[in-house]
Design a protein around this ligand. Structure first.
Ligand code: FEO
Length: 406
């Protein structure tokens, strides 16, 4: 981001005073190939308000940006929209430096920030859903957004400039070159926004749909939507809300993701023949993911718009290969809906992995489209034929499954 160490003005009264973390490559289990930003905002109105802070290790960077436009002691209010440590990690230091007259959070936010920092009873003031505080010629209003993506989450609406501060929602991990979304590559934006949704927000699809309805009912005149990660949205903010609605419905598409790992190449060969079978079914798109070169968050991203998941897991010591257990544990938590699945894998003297992977898929409420294929040591030509037939069967089942949602 070519913004130096200065605050960046984004509207008449609002300045971006966040921090830039381009080298971040891991965020609690999620690979962040393009780094991230921790966005914090300063409203230079009456009173002066700091919206969110940054990860603790970036406190100095935030304070330098704040000092480029105002002395910290002039900040009268701090609002914490989200208690997770990438936005609240330096809240105690910010309070000590600014000595604000009030620090606001949602009701749950006060509880959760106190659990992290043991502030005591006198430091935090709860903002109820819909409650406003006067700022400038208008107000700053709390709109609670529980489970987007923590129980404390809320967004705040700054009436004077029409800025909606949305904390994690509508954000992405992207240490963007340009602060405005419309100045960045749209392909990169859509990929990173989708990856963020798949890995952070997908389990809360119902709450997202509820929140989208709430926003529509409130009908707030928004000029800028300002999340706590990645670029800020101006003209395209409504399209992002619509995109969230689309992702949250979890309608299946005719895309099949084949995820595998391999010890001596056998499960890889099975995966490739399954892909050949899937590709022979007109209208089915396939994506092959080797876990030796990928992270669980890549699989979650691939599954955002996929209707089928095929797991290729060798058996090792009576258990499915650990990288697949990792992916399946992670995906179970993401609560994918409306998907079908199947499993396959090679083994030496016992072949538990297919049964174990199928149990995961059924636990995720996936419909099993095939009982599974195993191959002892090295798949022979008959077993590879079985794999191809499995690909065809799952591909056809996927088309039927997608049709049933239209
Ligand atoms: Fe960006 Fe939930 O923290």
């Amino acid at each position: 981001m070519s913004v130096g160490n200065q605050a960046v003005q984004i509207s008449d009264h609002v300045y971006w005073v966040g921090a830039f973390d381009p080298n971040l490559r891991e965020f609690h289990g999620y690979t962040t190939g393009r780094g991230t930003t921790y966005n914090a905002f300063l409203i230079l109105s009456d009173p002066i308000v700091l919206i969110d802070t940054v990860r603790k290790s970036f406190y100095d960077e935030m304070m330098e940006r704040i000092r480029s436009v105002v002395e910290p002691e002039q900040i009268e209010l701090i609002v914490s929209n989200h208690a997770e440590m990438d936005h609240s990690g330096c809240l105690p230091e910010a309070i000590a430096a600014c000595r604000p007259s009030a620090v606001y959070a949602s009701v749950n936010g006060c509880r959760d920030l106190n659990k992290h920092f043991a502030f005591g009873d006198d430091v935090l003031t709860p903002l109820k859903d819909g409650e406003s505080i006067p700022v400038g010629t208008g107000s700053l209003t709390a709109v609670h957004s529980p489970m987007l993506h923590w129980p404390d989450s809320m967004v705040t609406w700054y009436e004077e400039d029409g800025v909606l501060f949305t904390q994690d929602a509508f954000g992405m991990h992207f240490a963007c070159e340009h602060l405005w979304a419309d100045e960045n590559d749209p392909t990169v934006l859509m990929f990173e926004a989708g990856k963020y949704f798949a890995n952070i927000l997908l389990p809360f699809s119902k709450q997202i749909l509820r929140f989208a309805s709430k926003l529509a009912e409130l009908n707030l005149p928004v000029n800028i939507m300002a999340p706590d990660h990645g670029p800020l949205w101006r003209d395209q903010w409504g399209a992002m809300v619509e995109r969230y609605g689309h992702w949250a419905t979890q309608k299946p598409t005719p895309k099949a993701v084949v995820v595998y790992d391999t010890m001596w190449g056998s499960t890889r060969r099975m995966a490739e023949r399954i892909v050949a079978g899937l590709q022979s079914v007109d209208g089915v798109e396939t994506q092959l993911i080797a876990m030796s070169e990928s992270n669980r968050s890549d699989v979650a991203t691939a599954m955002l718009d996929a209707g089928a998941l095929l797991i290729g897991a060798p058996t090792i010591n009576g258990m499915m290969f650990p990288t697949l257990a990792d992916v399946l544990t992670y995906l179970t938590g993401l609560k994918l809906q409306n998907r079908i699945g199947a499993s396959f894998g090679s083994y030496g003297w016992s072949g538990q992995s297919v049964k174990q992977a199928n149990a995961y898929l059924e636990g995720m409420h996936f419909e099993l489209a095939h009982p599974g294929v195993g191959a002892r040591y090295v798949p022979d030509s008959d077993e590879l034929e079985d794999c191809e037939a499995m690909g065809v069967q799952v591909g056809q089942a996927l088309l039927d499954h997608v049709t049933s949602f239209q």
